[in-house]
Design a protein around this ligand. Sequence first.
Ligand code: SAM
Length: 341
Amino acid sequence: VPESATKLPSKILELMDGFRASKALFVASKLKMFDHLKNKGPVKAVDIANEVGTSVCGTERLLDACAALGLLEKTPQGYSNTDSTNTYLTSDGEYSLHGYIIHSNDHLWPLFTYLESAVKEGSRQNHRAFGKKAEDLFKDYYHSQEVKQRFMAAMHSIAHLTARDVATAFDLSRFKSACDLGGCTGALAHELVQIYPNLKVTVFDLPEVIANTSYFQPPAQHTARVTFVSGDFFKDNLPEADLYILSRVLHDWSDEKIHVLLSKISAVCKPGCEILLAEMVLDDEKKRSTALLQSLNMLVQTEGKERSGSEYRALLQQHGFTNVKIRVTGNLLDVILCIKT
Ligand code: SAM
């Protein structure tokens, strides 16, 4: 018998369990169990169950699973949050991932149920998961206030986590004006103006999004240098700027749509203007699982995909953008900078 046959296939077993662990995290977040444990000493399962309004036996099993997964500490006195849980999993923390977790549970989970159809058909599955098919995914997202708010909260939480690394991957201090196309809640814009005191940033996004940004604004300070403009980047005039930013925008679209967008940017860009892309860049050997799983996430819901550095370089060069530089940040987004010549 080969040795490999007698060893447990731990990697496979862990992957078989992966969705159970994700769902345990999602449900504990959705029921706000981590909020109930915030800033408290150890709490018993029965007390959390009473506060949340859940069964004692179910709550105890969920909390035990969360403790075993490293999300909670468990002592004979009860359960408490770890430091990381306080920072990232309570719903009101500055760096809370709660918005993205709720989006994962309510939106991505149903879509991934149809991954098999997405692979067979090579296209998005919004109609199967949610019973309708709008012309593009953002029309799907923004048809209801609730879904839109949830999507914006998700984008905001992830953008906030990556903003500093995106803003500092290259020295951008020479720019006076930037336009963040598809800049959503302005999370990256606010980070940029904090880091670069001479920079003004225009956040350009669809009217439905711009109408909802006030909820996500930081308390005053640098907000005067961030402006919001609504429009459709495929159809409307783009604001003038020295630097155009596309953060997690190109991955939503096909090459054809990207050509439309890049040619519009190229037309308003003066020579010397630059484009900054923030995306999960695929490595040429295709070994980075986070980016590859993100590409499946794009398959189930968009017309787009994650691309490699050479694919982005080729798209940009066709529109006169050269000197393409790529920085791998170690965070969830990598950064590409190029100049119009
Ligand atoms: N840049 C943000 C980030 O990195 O968190 C948001 C990324 S989100 C995946 C894509 C953004 O593009 C959304 O805010 C969406 O509303 C915006 N968007 C989609 N289609 C658009 C269009 N036609 N015109 C302007 N913005 C658009």
